[in-house]
Write a protein that binds this ligand. Structure first.
Ligand SMILES: [Zn+2]
Length: 85
C-alpha cells in the first residue's frame, strides 16, 4: 500500500506528489517559507485507512463506544472494595 500526498500551491504552478507524509510536509513548509505562498495538500488513499485505524484504537465519541455494561466503568466503592469481605 502506498500513500500519495499531493502538494499544490494556490499561488503559483508548484505541484508535486510525494509518497511520504513527512517529505510532503517538508516540501510544503519549504515552499511556504521561501515564497510566502499558500500551499494546499491532499492525501490520496489514506482517509479510509485513518478511519479504520481510529476504529481499531477504540477512539471515543461514538455511541457504541459508551459501554455501560463494562466493569471498568463501575467505580462504585462497593465494587472496588467490599468492606464486609
Ligand atoms: Zn507557490
Amino acid at each position: 500500500m502506498s500513500t500519495t500526498v499531493r502538494v499544490r500551491c494556490t499561488d503559483c504552478a508548484y505541484d508535486e506528489a510525494f509518497d511520504s507524509l513527512r517529505r510532503a510536509r517538508t516540501a510544503l513548509d519549504d515552499h511556504e517559507r521561501a515564497t510566502g505562498h499558500a500551499v494546499d495538500w491532499q492525501i490520496g488513499g489514506l482517509t479510509a485507512g485513518v478511519e479504520r485505524a481510529g476504529d481499531d484504537a477504540g477512539v471515543c465519541g461514538r455511541d457504541e463506544c459508551a459501554n455501560a455494561d463494562s466493569p471498568l466503568l463501575d467505580h462504585g466503592p462497593s465494587a472496588a472494595a467490599d468492606p464486609d469481605a
